[in-house]
Design a protein around this ligand. Structure first.
Ligand code: FAD
Length: 496
């Protein structure tokens, strides 16, 4: 058995693993990623939020590559949900946090997206080994200090490291080493049945790249355009429907589509993909959970290894990459020469902020599933969950865009330097969209109109103010991001 030493070993090369490894390697540390599969590999989770695309991906330096990949641009979400029988749309550009060009997400084929991120990690100095399956964690005196893995030839290896990051997703086999259990949600016990179609219809521009989410009797459908012709279609079902998906999956999916006229209409000229990687109809269940502990000495859990909730707001990759950023700050702080911040303090900050972001989405989603409320009620729930002082519709857009954490690093740094112009463009865009809204009643509410009217000043103020403003800790005795956003610092008296 061979044995080597790294500063950090990251288990899993999905968005979480490639993000944390890149952000740590860029600080000069030796990082190894061990990935079970050979990329490109299939993964669900195709609808991305602006915070991932214009925040994390920009920090990673893959903006141009993503743009060149030609992924459909997502301006927001279109929902047939709640008491309103007509579909309604929200647009990320309503939020001052996602000003100008930073107000869009992408719909991605994860095979392509994840490979871009993993190749980028390699290019930024991370040692990446694919077809390398971690089978065990090495622990000595209560501290995790490495892993054992098997390579493609079945040969066993041992790697020692100061830290191990579990970014191995929902199938993680090492999360239990954190000393806590995986606690499954009582509320979100849904299951998902999904496949792919060629030739489905598109929503009208500019929202042809939006995710279309349609509630129906048995649950709700996602309809995600992955290219001009390819569409990801999935039904999220109540747990009572389990029996239905255990038999003929194709029959079950087509039967559900028939039950949902809006989705049936979108697919009326489409054919199901039956060959290749998109030819399978897949099922996922038991995907809403939270680890009791996110870290212990020598080990950090992030991404789906730590937590996931229901996919209705497409926040999985956001949570995974946001968790990766927080973990990277803690790792970089702990690995820094002569740091005056104890390990416990650095990793508690990571866990506190990560849990808070999870909790915001969780609480809001609980409210969102209460379909007896109309969309204004959802807005008000979002406001309550995020404790924001902005008008409620904007809180909603912030929350579903992944911007409620108030993390400067999650929004496009350049949009904050080019600020006034972007904010003014945003206001103009909102004006245009509201006036020509068609069936977008949601944007025509007096609430949103008042944002548009009030918006100019608030947006400009927020956009201009962020980088000059001290960032207060999010809790008493907490840490703040360093100026470069890649470590934690003790707050200055001005910030505290
Ligand atoms: P993963 O992407 O799962 O990556 C983990 C990696 O670890 C994998 O490549 C795996 O091969 C590797 N690995 C596993 N075990 C080992 C091992 N022992 N050794 C080495 N490597 C290992 N999110 C969104 O953002 N938008 C959506 O629209 C969306 N829709 C979803 C729909 C459904 C039905 C579900 C269930 C989830 C959805 N998600 C969505 C969530 C999204 O799939 C995940 O949150 C995201 O993939 C998490 O990224 P990750 O890097 O933590 O894990």
């Amino acid at each position: 058995m061979t044995s080597e030493t790294f500063d950090v070993v990251v288990v899993g090369g999905g968005p979480c693993g490639s993000t944390v490894s890149t952000l740590v390697a860029q600080q000069g540390h030796r990082v190894l990623v061990l990935e079970r599969e050979r990329f490109p590999r299939y993964q669900i989770g195709e609808s991305l939020l602006p915070s991932t695309v214009h925040g994390i991906c920009k920090l990673l330096g893959v903006t141009e590559e993503l743009a060149a990949a030609g992924f459909p641009i997502k301006h927001g979400g279109t929902f047939r949900w709640g008491s309103n029988p007509e579909p309604w749309t929200f647009d990320f550009s309503l939020s001052q946090n996602f000003a100008g060009e930073s107000s869009t997400g992408y719909q991605v084929e994860r095979m392509k997206f994840d490979k871009i991120l993993l190749d980028n990690a390699r290019a930024k100095g991370v040692e990446v080994r694919e077809e390398s399956t971690v089978v065990d964690v090495i622990e000595e005196d209560g501290r995790v200090c490495g892993v054992r893995y098997t390579d493609a030839a079945g040969e066993r290896h041992e790697v020692r490291s100061r830290y191990v990051v579990d970014a191995s997703g929902n199938t993680s086999r090492i999360h239990g080493h954190s000393g806590g259990k995986r606690v499954y949600s009582d509320f979100f016990r849904n299951l998902a049945l999904f496949g792919y179609f060629e030739g489905g219809k598109r929503l009208d521009p500019p929202y042809s790249g939006n995710i279309f989410a349609v509630a129906f009797e048995a649950g709700w459908f996602w309809y995600i355009p992955l290219s001009d012709t390819l569409t990801s279609v999935g039904a999220v079902l109540l747990p009572e429907e389990l029996e239905r998906v255990q038999g003929d999956k194709e029959k079950a999916l087509l039967g559900l589509i028939e039950q949902c006229p809006l989705i049936a209409d979108m697919l009326s000229d489409a054919t199901r993909v039956t060959t290749g990687v998109y030819g399978d109809i897949r099922v996922r269940k038991d995907y809403s959970y939270l680890q009791e502990r996110f870290w212990k000495p020598g080990l950090v859990l992030a991404g789906d290894a730590a937590c996931f909730i229901d996919p209705v707001f497409s926040q999985g990759v956001h949570l995974a990459t946001y968790g990766a950023l927080l973990a990277a700050r803690s790792l970089n702080t702990a690995l820094a020469e002569g740091t005056d911040i104890p390990e416990e303090t650095a990793f508690s900050e990571f866990e506190h902020r990560y849990r808070a972001e999870y909790a915001r989405f969780h609480d809001f989603l609980v409210a969102f599933y209460d379909m007896h409320q109309d969309e204004e009620s959802y807005f008000w729930k979002a406001k309550k969950v995020t404790s924001e002082t902005t008008p409620a519709a904007e809180s909603f857009v912030n929350l579903v865009g992944g911007g409620a954490s108030q993390e400067g690093a999650l929004v496009d740094p350049e949009a904050y330097t080019a600020r006034a112009t972007a904010a003014q463009e945003l206001s103009a865009a909102i004006d245009r969209r509201v006036e020509g809204a068609g069936n977008q009643e949601i944007l025509n509410t007096s609430l949103v109109r008042s944002i548009v009217k009030e918006g100019h000043q608030i947006q400009i103020q927020a956009a201009l103010g962020r980088s000059d403003r001290p960032t207060p800790p999010v809790r008493d005795g907490g840490l703040v991001p360093s100026a470069d956003g890649m470590h934690w610092s003790l707050p200055t008296p001005k910030e505290a």
